[in-house]
Write a new protein. Structure first.
Length: 159
């Protein structure tokens, strides 16, 4: 199976994993410029379950979130890079501004978000908890961000 799959195909894969009794962890993001902070976050997220699903914003939703200059890398390239990571078992693109439909459909056992979110403010937290799952906020490691990487690139180009 290709690691990246549309929602309908992902549903079948997740159904099989659930039948096998696997604990399903889920996180989401743009993952536009993959950096060591992303790798660390995804490895820690994967350690919380048997399998890790990454909901991946499509190009139009990245533009709505981050502006017209983004994404730097198109959806297909971002999916290939995520799939190359041993921590990631499945990548599911989504077009909406939030992954609520994706989370509600796949219903992971553990919903993970990075940064300084409050658990109750995480999209899908209520749905996952109502289904008996849990929500985890995982701190990012300092010093890594896609925005910071872009700023360093722009500084080099302007010098």
């Amino acid at each position: 199976m290709n690691c990246a799959a549309p929602l309908q195909q992902a549903q079948a894969v997740v159904g099989q994993w659930k039948a096998e009794g696997k604990t399903i962890a889920f996180t989401n993001g743009c993952f536009d410029l993959l950096h060591p902070g992303h790798i660390d976050y995804l490895e820690r997220a994967a350690a919380l379950g048997d399998v890790l699903i990454v909901g991946l914003n499509d190009d139009a939703s990245v533009r709505r979130l981050k502006g017209d200059a983004r994404p730097i890398n198109p959806l297909q390239d971002r999916a290939v890079m995520l799939c190359a990571l041993r921590a990631v078992d499945l990548v599911v693109p989504f077009a909406e501004d939030t992954p609520l439909q994706l989370i509600s459909t796949l219903m992971p056992d553990i919903l993970i978000k990075g940064g300084d979110y409050q658990p109750d403010a995480i999209v899908g937290a209520t749905e996952v908890r109502q289904a008996g799952g849990k929500v985890v906020v995982m701190p990012f490691i300092d010093g890594f961000s896609s925005t910071g990487l872009l700023q360093r690139i722009q500084a080099i180009n302007n010098s």
